[in-house]
Design a protein around this ligand. Structure first.
Ligand SMILES: [Cu+2]
Length: 341
């Protein structure tokens, strides 16, 4: 029995790989060279969300300050360069620890087919200019396929601070998802290529912005491809404009936004009259979605508004690229949003 276990380990190999830049949670404590190259427990594991908990003081390594709309340095070190793809994600749930890490919500900003081809390189990852500002977590994962259909899955999380732009969205405006179970547990799912059978397709969730040209995102836009994992995405944001959430196709019949009637003459369109308390944001003290709508509509430069009922936050969007349309108020999850006339 012992012999079997040892020979299996030998076949799987030692070494594996890890993210090194930006400075990981372990690296922040133990130094950047510290070994953390082993696979995690699997695609549904808490350690596959983030291998380590956040620092108890809420801090982040000073070198991990990054700027939306600018390049960020990224480097991974694979001591065993397996076949398989890797991805880069962002979360703003930086303070979730222990099992609560399972609830961290992420979205993708970068993708590399055959991670090993970039091993040890200083990569410049362009952060989208709509990237929300704030304390964030950069997550890297790598799905190694060399022992197909078994998946060897790796991850690191790095605490960071994102400096926003005038185009920065709010974290809750970017469609996001939790990690446990988002990937199938095994290559026998058909979602991953058999690397030794001549299959070459890539696998994973698309980037948050479906039409992004950045960081390998176009590799994951074949919605009918065998490796495509459906999640909600945005459109029209590659230049910093916003958003029409693309719902997950499977959920569309039940999740489709419900259009309501046209605006009433004196005030707000139906559906924008949620009763909520104010909280500061770009527009300051927006008490409810109706006020948000009126604020945005009163300035002709804005073409879209979005209001989060949960966070009581209002965003007017002014990107001229975004087409004006007939006002159609929609509600989706806790957001109310609409084009402005
Ligand atoms: Cu390995």
């Amino acid at each position: 029995m012992l012999v079997v276990v040892l020979s299996t380990l030998a076949a799987v190999c030692f070494g594996h790989g890890r993210l090194q830049v930006p400075t990981t949670r372990l690296g922040a404590i133990m130094g950047a060279g510290k070994y953390e190259n082993d696979p995690t427990s699997g695609t549904s594991g808490t350690d596959f969300v983030c291998r380590n908990d956040p620092p108890t003081n809420g801090g982040y390594p000073a070198e991990n300050k990054a700027y939306a709309g600018k390049e960020m340095n990224v480097r991974w070190n694979l001591s065993a360069a397996h076949v398989g793809d890797c991805s880069l994600y962002v979360s703003y749930d930086y303070n979730l620890a222990g099992e609560a890490k399972r609830n961290m919500r992420f979205f993708k900003i970068g993708f590399w087919s055959e991670c090993k081809d970039y091993n040890g390189q200083d990569l410049k990852v362009m952060l989208p200019d709509w990237l929300p500002a704030g304390r964030a977590v950069i997550r890297w994962d790598w799905i190694a396929l060399h022992v197909f259909p078994t998946l060897e899955v790796y991850t690191q999380c790095s605490d960071a601070e994102i400096i926003g732009t005038s185009n920065s969205l709010l974290p809750q405006q970017v469609p996001s998802y939790t990690i446990p179970g988002i990937y199938p547990a095994s290559g026998s799912s058909g979602v991953f290529r058999h690397p030794w059978n001549g299959q070459t397709f890539v696998s994973g969730m698309p980037c948050a912005c479906m039409d992004s040209d950045l960081n390998g995102c176009p590799l994951l836009t074949d919605v009918n491809g065998p490796g495509y994992i459906h999640v909600e995405t945005m459109d029209n944001c590659e230049d910093g404009s916003i958003i029409v959430p693309n719902p997950m196709p499977v959920a569309e019949p039940t999740m489709a936004p419900e259009p309501t009637s046209a605006p009433i003459a004196s005030g707000c369109p139906e559906g924008t009259d949620g009763l909520v308390k104010g909280k500061g944001n770009k527009l300051k003290k927006i008490p409810d979605s109706c006020t948000c709508y009126l604020e945005c509509a009163s300035n002709p430069k804005y073409v879209l508004f979005s209001y989060s009922l949960k966070k009581r936050q209002c965003l007017c969007v002014s990107k001229p690229k975004y087409k004006k349309g007939n006002l159609k108020v929609s509600q989706k999850k806790d957001f109310i949003y609409a084009h402005l006339e």
